[in-house]
Design a protein around this ligand. Sequence first.
Ligand SMILES: Nc1nc2c(c(=O)[nH]1)N[C@H]1C(S)=C(S)[C@@H](COP(=O)(O)OP(=O)(O)OC[C@H]3O[C@@H](n4cnc5c(=O)[nH]c(N)nc54)[C@H](O)[C@@H]3O)O[C@H]1N2
Ligand SMILES: Nc1nc2c(c(=O)[nH]1)N[C@H]1C(S)=C(S)[C@@H](COP(=O)(O)OP(=O)(O)OC[C@H]3O[C@@H](n4cnc5c(=O)[nH]c(N)nc54)[C@H](O)[C@@H]3O)O[C@H]1N2
Ligand code: SF4
Ligand SMILES: [Mo]
Length: 734
Amino acid sequence: MADVTRTAYRTCPLCEAACGLELTVTGEEVTAVRGDREHVFSHGFICPKGATFGRLADDPDRLRRPLVRRPDGRHEEVSWDEAFAAVEAGLRPILERHGSQAVAAYLGNPNVHTMAGGLYLTPLLKALGTRAIFSASTVDQMPKHVSCGYLFGSPLAIPVPDLDRTDFLLMLGANPWESNGSLATAADFPGRLKAIQARGGRFVVVDPRRTRTADAADEHLFIRPGTDAFLLFGMVHTLFDEELTALGRLIPYVSGLDLVRELAVGFPPERVAAVCDVPAERIRGLARELAAAPTAAVYGRIGTCTVEFGTLTSWLVDVLNVLTGNLDRPGGVMFPLAAHLRQHTEPGGKGFTVGRWHSRVRGLPEVKGELPVAVLAEEIDTPGEGQVRALLTVAGNPVLSTPNSGRLDRALAGLEFMVSVDPYLNETTRHADVILPPLDPTRKGHYDFSFLALAVRNFAAYSPPVLAAEPDTLDECDILARLIQIVTGRPGDLHEQLLGGALRKVADVLGQEADDLRKKVVGDGPAERLLDVALRTGAYGDWFGAVPDGLSLQRLLDAPHGVDLGALKPRIPEVLRTPSGTIELCTPPLAAETARLREALDRPRPGLVLIGRRHLRSNNSWMHNVPALVKGRDRCTLQVHPDDAARLTLADGASAEVTSRAGSLSARVEVTDQVMPGVVSLPHGWGHDLPGVRLAVAAAHPGVNSNVLTDELVVDPLSGNAVLNGIPVEVKPV
Ligand SMILES: Nc1nc2c(c(=O)[nH]1)N[C@H]1C(S)=C(S)[C@@H](COP(=O)(O)OP(=O)(O)OC[C@H]3O[C@@H](n4cnc5c(=O)[nH]c(N)nc54)[C@H](O)[C@@H]3O)O[C@H]1N2
Ligand SMILES: Nc1nc2c(c(=O)[nH]1)N[C@H]1C(S)=C(S)[C@@H](COP(=O)(O)OP(=O)(O)OC[C@H]3O[C@@H](n4cnc5c(=O)[nH]c(N)nc54)[C@H](O)[C@@H]3O)O[C@H]1N2
Ligand code: SF4
Ligand SMILES: [Mo]
């Protein structure tokens, strides 16, 4: 009998844009992928990665059953029972002998793209009871969490640019033409930028590289890596100096304005220009344009976070939005309201603090319940009381993605025990004693817990699994649930326990019995049932029937192209969680950090510095095993400006040796004026030629690991975020 062909709709989980996909499924295979033209948010947009959605499922290197490492170092497939027994045998003695602090956890980026990550990691970490928690957040957006924590009282209150209504967008350190956007979920980000221009608006890009986004912009300004805080302070200075501040309806909700005015005195554009290489007149001009635009948004992304003054830079982005009255107004930057979350009834809360504990070796503060991943290697390789002896990784590849990964790679080899929840035997998991592979994305349901709270328009979508699970495979929720049980030693149906806990909270509010509510819960899987409860009691929820037409999982199941929940609405003051219930514009840690920035004005300029870059067909480190995404010319090149190439006698196509404090590597030179003089660029996520890795396609296109060069000893002090841009390097011909 011929295979039946059908159409399925599904949210793409591969980046933050949350596009709707239309899949053609023939038998048990996804045979074609296109953008879902009826999707309420993405309207048919798709990128080359989304187009390969089905290929992850049939990748021959993708693990379907667990692997256990044998004494000779080889990984061998075993049954699930054997694998979980090996986890128990590995973890238990360490927990008993050294306590939970000896077990660290590293959570990687795809956790924010899976339902299991959104729902089962918190209970797992709680069960582990360790404070040695690390994640990809501290090689990414932690500075934004911290600045928003201080400003708005919650690290999750992150305003996003209202792309569809703004008249003027100033974008720093973001390249959505390649990345498809980040901390601003906007399917077809490029199309939304072009629409700004089409309606008579403008967008300006600040970046040390002339990216595709910069090419499309009305104006591109080169900036010295790591110096955006100076540029932005120069703009703040100008707003006060030229009396251009206009807080509008925010006036009663802002405290600390005078302090910012005082701090800005120290950063006249004429003084900061020499540090950031943006002319003083242009800095003043940008401030004037921002103030004059009917609506405007300042948006900074990873290039403003993964730098020494990351938190200060992220803060200044929103200071500018506040000073020009653009925070929380249509066309400015606004707070989304996701369907699984609730609105607050009034402003005010506990506020945001850091440093509830500190890392053992370097003493860096805890932030948002975790420690900087830049200290992970030293926590493992430094002996003494509290040393990390075992590691759990879930959806992470820190050997390619975190600073001084050479040191981390060596540290992982010295662990007493390591377990990884991951579908690949890759650069990191090759160190694992046990690898537990989750189902591929075609076989799991999807709801974006993280990104619907960052979307430039409120909407909700749920996708059921497209293909049935193969025999003898496990869903990620089940894997994480088993790990929880191994750690706690407690029996029972953990899924039902979690659901019961969620329902008891709701039952109190509704004055009903949890058991009665349980009967009304919809959903085929454990994650789906938890989602149903969150949706029904969320901002648009049906409250189990109390609100007619309210949202529920059933409503989303009935709407395969998503449910539009409207343009973003103002949320100040309700969203504010600061103790004062106001926007606290300048808290003491930020003022103190500003003093440090002031001192940095007089630092000597470094010589050559390294920055990263992203390519449309990459996804951090883990999709280079998809043939369609790696074909063509080698993309892992060291971009060098022609002036630097001439000075250093580097020829296009030749090899160069790049050396930093942390390490050295050799890469192929690409001479191009896309990078500014004094700056070289190498993408991250490559270096697939390590022994023991099972990624046949990636290994044939290995590239080099740029994080061999990044330095784990330099972090943004307020957030602990790694510095991955602006690394001092020396380059010479090989
Ligand atoms: N130099 C430099 N370094 C960087 C960056 C940079 O710009 N420059 N960017 C940083 C950023 S923003 C990030 S987010 C990090 C990413 O850092 P990581 O999260 O550590 O690395 P990824 O490359 O995203 O690797 C994801 C891992 O998850 C696995 N995986 C994929 N899907 C699933 C799944 O459904 N379940 C499970 N359990 N596992 C899955 C993959 O096989 C892979 O091992 O890298 C950072 N590193
Ligand atoms: N195709 C693709 N898409 C992705 C990813 C991917 O790996 N590939 N990764 C996903 C992830 S995890 C994330 S976090 C997002 C990131 O999304 P984006 O933040 O848009 O990431 P990038 O494309 O790296 O853009 C960062 C830009 O900052 C510039 N830059 C570097 N240093 C500085 C600086 O000091 N100042 C300024 N102003 N600019 C600087 C770089 O030249 C680069 O153009 O992308 C996501 N989407
Ligand atoms: S832009 Fe992101 S979400 Fe959209 S298709 Fe591409 S990878 Fe998927
Ligand atoms: Mo990221």
